[in-house]
Design a protein around this ligand. Structure first.
Ligand code: MG
Length: 351
């Protein structure tokens, strides 16, 4: 087992190991008081697969459970509101805690409820997807979607504990696992050339070192810039084009697949700008292909640029792209919004 300590506005451990879910009860008892009650928040898929295992792990702890339909559609104000009412009906207090048991949707929704119910109560993340394990469960970004766009209503709220039992990833389809691999590959290109190299060996049989390497990178970035005013933007490598791809596909293309293509566009574009050598994009394409991730899409540069620029959280005439200078090193690069389409053209040309 590996433990990574995060020192943000709250200090907490991220524990990554095999079959560690069963230690949950003990950890909760050591973190909180004997009377602390736990509200488990999960979706119907995770509940069906692992509900019993979690119940066993929480044996002897007073727990209630809120289950909602799996999928991004549930990351809504309606589910959020139902969850808050559930917490109030069960009379959870500020000394009780929420346990998010699932992927990104569960973590974001449960985390936002934890951030706001009674002006904030403790919460624990137990990620059950690779994407949640390496990305969304660490760092304290919580949110729900609005009709106007994704993640438009949320809060920064750090968990008290992240417990990643990667045996829970065993039931993921290859497709969902690959989705998480796009974010894993992102960490390699962005910050860690040795990690990128390691990924040529299959990750799935023994993912502990890879998950820990990604969490350590995210920890370093979050500790430096918890509220996303500076260096945390580096985590958006590949995400500007990805945002456009997700929107153009009406979210039929998954986040990981969109990020895969977005990273290729950013890398090829960076190469055309003379920022980096062409082999970065070639090596990236080779690795993405190894994990059955896409390296191109059918949308035009114009469509992607228009969609990417519709981001409600964007402000001003410039946009900051995150571009590689070499393998393992990405830097922020400002361009004017009127040049984004040209950049995408450059990034989408195959040669
Ligand atoms: Mg992402």
């Amino acid at each position: 087992m590996k433990t990574i300590q995060v020192r943000a506005s709250r200090q907490y451990d991220v524990c990554i190991g095999k079959n560690i879910l069963k230690d949950m009860g003990e950890r909760i008892r050591s973190l909180f008081s004997q009377e602390t009650r736990i509200a488990v928040v999960t979706d119907d898929t995770v509940n069906r697969l692992y509900g019993d295992a979690l119940a066993q792990a929480l044996d002897g702890i007073d727990a209630v459970k809120f289950v909602f339909p799996a999928g991004e559609d549930s990351k809504s104000i309606a589910t959020y509101s139902a969850l808050l009412e559930f917490l109030a009906q069960h009379q959870l207090t500020r000394t009780d805690a929420i346990l998010a048991f699932g992927g990104g949707v569960v973590g974001d929704l449960a985390g936002f409820a934890a951030a706001t119910y009674l002006r904030g109560i403790p919460f624990i993340q137990v990620p059950t997807t690779l994407l949640a394990a390496v990305d969304s469960s660490v760092g304290g970004k919580t949110a729900v979607d609005l009709a106007a766009g994704k993640n438009l209503c949320g809060a920064f709220w750090q968990p008290h504990l992240v417990l990643c039992d990667y045996t829970l990833l065993d039931t993921l389809s290859d497709e969902i696992f690959a989705d998480g691999m796009a974010e894993v590959i992102k960490y390699g290109v962005m910050r860690d050339a040795a990690l990128f190299q390691r990924l040529h060996q299959p990750v799935r049989p023994d993912p502990e070192d890879v998950i820990a390497a990604c969490v350590a990178i995210k920890r370093d970035i979050v500790e430096e810039d918890e509220r996303d005013c500076g260096v945390r933007a580096l985590l958006n490598f590949g995400h500007t084009a990805a945002h456009g791809i997700e929107l153009c596909s009406n979210y039929q293309i998954s986040h990981g697949r969109a990020v895969a293509v977005g990273m290729v566009i950013a890398s090829r574009g960076a190469c055309k700008l003379g920022l980096c050598q062409g082999d970065v994009a070639d090596r990236l394409c080779e690795l993405l292909t190894q994990y059955q991730l896409p390296i191109r899409c059918d949308f035009s540069p114009r469509q992607l640029a228009q969609a990417a620029l519709s981001d409600k959280k964007r402000a001003g005439d410039t946009i900051t792209l995150i571009l590689p200078e070499e393998m393992g090193l990405c830097v922020p690069y400002k361009i004017s919004v009127s040049h984004l389409e040209d950049f995408f053209w450059a990034g989408m040309e195959e040669n």
